[in-house]
Design a protein around this ligand. Structure first.
Ligand SMILES: NC(=O)C1=CN([C@@H]2O[C@H](COP(=O)(O)OP(=O)(O)OC[C@H]3O[C@@H](n4cnc5c(N)ncnc54)[C@H](O)[C@@H]3O)[C@@H](O)[C@H]2O)C=CC1
Ligand SMILES: CC(=O)C(=O)O
Ligand SMILES: [Mg+2]
Length: 544
């Protein structure tokens, strides 16, 4: 490849830094521009790892990694892929949450694309500014509900960026073919509107009459420019996300990660928790704290287990109790419920239960599922009350980041005397309790979206269906052996994410063919096709 040296060394997609061999240095006119030693990718990675560990704070490590990505993409993905467990909590939850909150302060260079209301009418033309040849996947947020941190506006860009890094490292999307997007529809967070470093549009969120046409124009433009692209909606507040999903799920190739990805990963964890406690699904009583996009998405997916057990929807709903900021959701509560809440509203309560503790006392749940964004809301009293009535309580504290988790892993094991099956959205370290080591599971959609997205992209799916989402959940669950499940392990180790994503992709593609959703002619071997499409970070694959 003939190119100006300054360009090659400053283009992260092709830059190898000290990895350029002598022949390449000669050919590309790089002689004298690099220190003499030619290094292998492994040697470069060893140095980068040592630099990574030398920082004092996780935010510094986050900045270091993103700057590395901006210099040498191959090295970044090689380092990340080989140190995923160490680096996941940095590029993803919890550190990405802090990085978003400080996005304006720590901004160094632009990534992805931004579309604001004033761009209305020009979005398709703006997309031609994106420098890559093609785009296979877009993660789009409007920053309105970033993890459990609320409305961060344009600062939310860290989330699409981080999710796409997982798509590359976890599933093998090609990094140059991923596009993080922020639809800047303003922010209602005063702190950011008044922050001199805030980089978004400085106005309150636009009304629905402007919001929906803006998103519609963005999607139409994206599918016009990249007809096979898959779009993942991410961290969009629940006043919009359900409407967007309903509107577009049968029009374009898209899905909502917080509703469907979370639904799938928690269904998977629940399947294994049910295997672990050895109690049939119809005997479970599930209390949800939080009835937003994630809570409803999870319940909708768990409903499939009742369906498989031959239990009607009407009957199955009696196993769910939802608590939101106003208490137990009932048909008699007196407030206007959204259609999503209505389907799970209890009809059998003539009295009102205002607090989670009251609900737990009343229901004696076998599972308590936190997707409220409220840190510490599973108190000792609540968990102890639950543990009185159940031999192996299922405690899922799934809100992110770590500070927003409903309880910590340590608390859950202590308060249930080591009997609970625990999972959290953000990672917790193993817990020593009464001479035993408990390894908490991470119930996070990161196990699902890379493989699901890969499947949809590779087989050129028309749409992402519920059956594909449930297939992904079951495939993930199958990674945990019976013997492991009995010890309380419900998710496989993260270090196997590539294998997991590959298997999820294969199974989801098979389902897509079964359902007539796959548009690519059926290949002789789906696994071979999937593997042939996966990016592996090494210099042999680069263009030089
Ligand atoms: N582990 C994972 O993979 C995922 C975790 N999440 C986390 O779940 C949390 C919620 O996400 P979404 O459902 O998308 O948000 P959301 O805003 O759609 O829903 C939040 C729900 O919590 C309820 N709530 C708020 N304050 C409450 C209180 N004091 N008591 C009881 N309920 C209360 C709200 O009424 C609402 O029903 C966030 O922290 C997010 O990070 C979301 C998606 C995936
Ligand atoms: C994990 C995730 O998608 C969330 O917390 O929103
Ligand atoms: Mg999310």
């Amino acid at each position: 490849m003939q190119s100006k040296p300054s360009f090659v060394l400053r283009n992260p997609s092709v830059n190898k830094g000290t990895g350029f061999n002598n022949e390449e240095r000669e050919k590309l006119g790089l002689k004298g521009l690099l220190p003499p030693k030619v290094e292998t990718l492994q040697e470069q990675s060893d140095r980068a790892l040592s630099q990574f560990t030398s920082f004092n704070t996780n935010l510094e490590r986050y900045i270091f990694l993103n700057c590395l990505r901006d210099r040498n993409e191959t090295l970044f993905y090689y380092l990340l892929s080989n140190n995923l467990e160490l680096m996941m909590p940095i590029i993803y939850t919890p550190t990405v949450g802090e990085a978003c909150q400080k996005f304006g302060n720590e901004f160094r260079f632009a990534q992805g694309m931004y579309f604001a209301s004033r761009d209305k009418g020009n979005i398709r033309a703006m997309m031609d500014n994106w420098p890559a040849d093609g785009v296979d996947i877009i993660v789009v947020s409007d920053g309105s509900r970033i993890l459990g941190l609320g409305d961060l506006g344009t600062n939310g860009m860290g989330i699409p960026v981080g999710k796409l890094q997982l798509y590359v490292a976890g599933a093998g999307f090609h990094p140059t073919r991923t596009l993080p997007v922020i639809i800047d529809s303003g922010t209602n967070t005063k702190k950011y509107l008044e922050d001199k470093y805030y980089l978004g549009e400085r106005h309150p969120r636009i009304p629905d009459s402007e919001y929906y046409p803006l998103v519609d124009e963005f999607l139409a433009a994206a599918y016009n420019k990249w007809p096979k692209v898959i779009v993942q909606f991410e961290d969009i507040s629940n006043d919009h996300c359900f409407t967007l999903l309903d509107e577009y799920r049968n029009k374009y190739l898209c899905f909502n990660d917080d509703i469907q990805g979370t639904g799938s990963v928690i269904l998977s964890g629940f399947i294994n928790a049910v295997r672990s406690v050895q109690k049939p699904i119809k005997e479970h009583r599930m209390v949800f704290l939080g009835a937003g996009s994630a809570g409803i998405g999870v319940a909708d997916c768990i409903m499939s287990l009742f369906d498989e057990a031959g239990i009607s929807k009407e009957e199955a709903r009696k196993s769910f109790w939802f608590v939101d900021s106003k208490g137990l959701i009932t048909t008699t509560r007196g407030d206007e419920l959204t259609s999503q809440k209505k389907q799970y509203a209890r009809e059998d309560y003539t009295y009102q239960l205002k607090s989670l503790l009251e609900v737990v006392r009343d229901v004696k749940p076998t599972a308590i599922i936190g997707l409220s964004g409220i840190g510490g809301s599973f108190t000792q009293e609540i968990i102890e009350e639950m543990a009185k009535h159940v031999e192996k309580p299922i405690v899922f504290a799934l809100s992110n980041p770590t500070t927003n988790a409903e309880c910590t892993a340590e608390q859950a094991y202590q308060w249930t005397d080591g009997r609970c099956i625990f999972a959290s959205g953000s990672p917790f370290k193993p817990v020593e309790y009464k001479g035993k080591t408990f390894v908490p599971g991470q119930g996070n959609n990161m196990y699902i979206f890379p493989g699901l997205g890969l499947a949809a992209s590779v087989c050129e799916a028309k749409h992402v269906t519920d059956a594909m989402i449930i297939t992904a959940a079951k495939t993930l669950a199958s990674f945990v052996e019976d013997s492991e499940v009995l010890t309380g392990k419900i998710y496989p180790g993260l270090q196997h994410i590539r294998e997991i994503s590959t298997r999820i992709a294969v199974k989801v593609i098979e389902k897509a063919y079964e359902e007539g959703m796959a548009q690519l002619p059926r290949p002789a071997c789906i696994e071979t096709l999937v593997k042939s499409r996966q990016y592996i970070p090494n210099y042999e694959n680069s263009n030089n």
